[in-house]
Design a binder for this molecule. Sequence first.
Ligand code: ADP
Ligand code: ASP
Ligand code: MG
Length: 404
Amino acid sequence: MSLIVQKFGGTSVASAKLIFNVANIITRAYQEGNDVVVVVSAQGDMTDELIGKANEINTNASKREMDVLMASGEQISVALLAMAIEKLGFPVTSLLGWQAGVMTSSTYGSAMITKIDPGRIKKELDKKNIVIVAGFQGLSQYYDVTTLGRGGSDTSAVGIAVALSADLCQIYTDVEGVYTADPRFIKNARKLKAISYDEMLELATLGAQVLNNRSVEIAKKHNVELEVLSSFVDVPGTIVREVANMEKMLISGVAKDNNVAKISITGIPDAQGWAFRIFSKLSARDINVDTILQSAVHGDKRDIFFTVNEDRLSDAVEALNKYCESIEGAKLTYDKNVAKISIVGAGMQTHAGVAAKMFEALFTAHIDIQMIATSEIKVSVIVSQENADEAVRTVHNAFFSTID
Ligand code: ADP
Ligand code: ASP
Ligand code: MG
């Protein structure tokens, strides 16, 4: 007998029929003699619809009230899924985040899990109940409902698996596993049998939405093996674990992130401390800066270009505008029409020429590279958004066309 945590995403529970499909997967695992804890997301596009409803009332609503609203989507799906399992004749209890002991920071909209007290879940398991927990939500120390950021149910599931020392954490979704690129857009994308935590973390952070990056971080930290698999097709998925590159691939995948904006500040006097002055203003607002490029000094001036998440752009511009206005000749401009295309692979640590191969593919497709950033296991380029899909295709082909 094992303790299994299963997580089902929004598409997997989008209708009554699909809820019964999921209920069958859950009850099969239960009938095999396992303790089963399920984490579930809001149905279909419910979270987006709730945000739409809020915008009809107040586009400037407080993050606290947004969390109260957004968390309601998961409340609906846990109840409906529990009702389906009841109807199939199995013992079941649904729990909201706070009932399941999920405590978080009070950063509404992107709260971090601080602690999970699994006492109630364990009690329900002792009573032989299947336990259905609302993903994406928790409770702050002030007893306020919080949400963990978009895609946060993955994080709830992995957190609960850690708290329960589960034997297995299965992330059921609408594709059959983790692919070398988004299989909805890249038809020859290939399903990976396994991928390492580090590579998965990079892919998730760089735009592969299949797993939330914080869920991978927690899984790595606590060495929880994850399986990403389909709730629609009963085939083996992808295992995410410490060592994985059994397929000896140079790169594991290509990712695209459209949530990127480029900020340019030109004409900064080349005095010491300018970088500190600019970036400390952003860090004071908790804005992450990504790819950074600085020009050589021209005259006694230099220019700097960097990217931020597009949803933090207005914050970043507000933070920097005053500074730029106070410096004669400095000018701030921004461009939302950019995307980040990345390749990720542990193989590039030991093989030369990986970046060159990516750049050659983009050159051959006449795609202009605006900025480049690298780390040990990734290369990212910033391109214009019109070129983004073609860039993914061409880079993916360069690395994977020879593999069947
Ligand atoms: P869920 O609602 O189950 O959490 P998501 O929509 O958050 O599902 O994530 C699954 C989606 O991730 C897939 O439908 C797919 O389009 C997208 N995706 C992006 N990159 C990849 C990748 N490399 N492998 C698999 N899926 C990916
Ligand atoms: N329902 C939430 C969202 O749409 C959480 C999740 O799906 O993981 O972001
Ligand atoms: Mg998701």
